[in-house]
Design a protein around this ligand. Structure first.
Ligand SMILES: *Cc1c(COP(=O)(O)O)cnc(C)c1O
Length: 377
């Protein structure tokens, strides 16, 4: 293994106590006390009408695709530079995936190109706030709303980030969060669906509970529960919710650590980057980022290979990120091909992510920085 890995799961130390409490309560299936506490925290932080924990962000996206009723042949616009789950959720419902290229500065869906991709068949647009830096939501909503197109934010990177002073995850009718081990707050595998349009709340509860109205039954609103619609099992167990609650409660401490780490890279690396033709992340003035990752854009693919290998030789792991989905074998089944998203294709070859985790110590980070500063690209 590496002396300095790319990611290391973080424990606040409180997780085992909360898990013991969940066990002692005699309720370890879903939607018990800890799940409710997590819902309440997310709802109060963000001011969203409803948050529902899910077993992953992937599953929250699948719920979103069911909720906006994506039908075979409907078109869904996604950035080509994203994780496969952003796309799979809609492809699973038979949607035709339309890939948008990204902006070269924030690496977010290019809202200027968006209008030309919208057709009468467009059902949804799925902006991904890359590295937790907000997409141009004003323009995206301006294009989507008058046409009745749903906006679903994949906010896996962006919990607690803001765009023009408003929390990410509160712009679309729906938004999704991830609590995977690599995200700021984690329970190993987990996620959440944020519901901003209250019309979706009841259907979301049904979809999440195997197509039944069991949530209403638990609240005493109906005396039996039954099968009322399509659904699956998207709720995590109380054991996971207990773990997650410890992390969410510690959000200030976690965000302070991540802020410090991000600023340290940003403080030490600009002179080296300028001399080597590399660049640091761009965070526009109107965006507040939640310090999810730190990346560098290097001048070429060969420079990146050299960079990653040089760090590896010193037992430091840096990693690239998404491959262009338009050029992937699945992407091609939607008629996309290499060359369709030139910015994504270029960035995908040149981007490298640096070790970034809550417990990365100052001396370790300085070792990473020192190793980088010695690299000649
Ligand atoms: C991590 C991630 C996901 C998937 O999250 P899971 O919780 O692992 O399903 C989806 N989209 C983006 C942009 C991600 O980074």
């Amino acid at each position: 293994m590496y002396d300095i890995p790319f990611n290391k799961p973080y424990f606040t130390g409180i997780e085992p106590h909360y898990i013991e409490q969940a066990i002692a309560s005699g309720w370890i299936s879903g939607d018990g006390a800890f799940t409710k506490k997590c819902h309440a925290l997310l709802e109060s932080w963000l001011g969203v009408p409803k948050a529902l924990l899910t077993t992953s962000c992937t599953h929250a996206l699948e719920m979103a695709a069911l909720l906006v009723d994506v039908q075979p042949g409907d078109e869904v616009i996604v950035p080509s530079f994203t994780f496969v789950s952003t796309v799979n959720a809609f492809a699973l419902r038979g949607a035709k995936i339309v890939f948008a290229d990204i902006r070269p500065d924030t690496l977010n869906l290019d809202e200027v190109q968006l209008e030309s991709l919208i057709t009468p068949r467009t059902k949804a647009i799925v902006p991904v706030h890359y590295a937790g830096v907000g997409c141009e939501m004003t323009r995206i909503l301006e294009l989507a709303q008058p046409r009745g197109v749903a906006v679903i934010e994949d906010n896996a990177h962006g919990l607690l980030g803001k765009y023009k002073g408003q929390y990410l995850g509160t712009f679309g009718c729906l938004a999704t969060q991830s609590f995977h081990e690599t995200k700021n707050f984690t329970c190993g595998e987990g996620g959440a669906l944020l519901i901003n349009d209250p019309n979706y709340i009841e259907s979301a509860e049904i979809i999440r509970e195997k197509g039944t109205n069991r949530s209403r039954f638990f609240r005493g609103q109906v005396d039996k529960y039954t099968w009322v619609g399509l659904g699956s099992s998207y709720l995590p167990s109380e054991v996971l919710a207990a773990f997650l609650y410890a992390q969410l409660e510690a959000h200030q401490q976690i965000q302070t650590k991540r802020h410090t780490l991000w600023e340290r890279y940003a403080e030490y690396l600009p002179a080296w980057a300028e001399a080597q033709g590399a660049r640091l992340p761009i965070v526009p003035e109107h965006c507040e980022q939640p310090y999810h990752m730190f990346y560098l854009l290097l001048p070429s693919l060969s420079a990146r290979t050299h960079f990653i290998n040089t760090l590896k030789a010193q037992s430091i792991l840096s990693v690239f990120h998404y491959l262009p989905l338009n050029a992937s074998p699945m992407g091609q089944t939607f008629g996309a091909k290499l060359g369709d998203c030139p910015v994504t294709e270029d960035i995908s070859d040149r981007l490298v992510r640096l070790p970034f985790y809550n417990d990365l110590q100052e001396n370790e980070q300085l070792r990473v920085i020192d190793a980088i500063q010695r690299i000649q690209l």
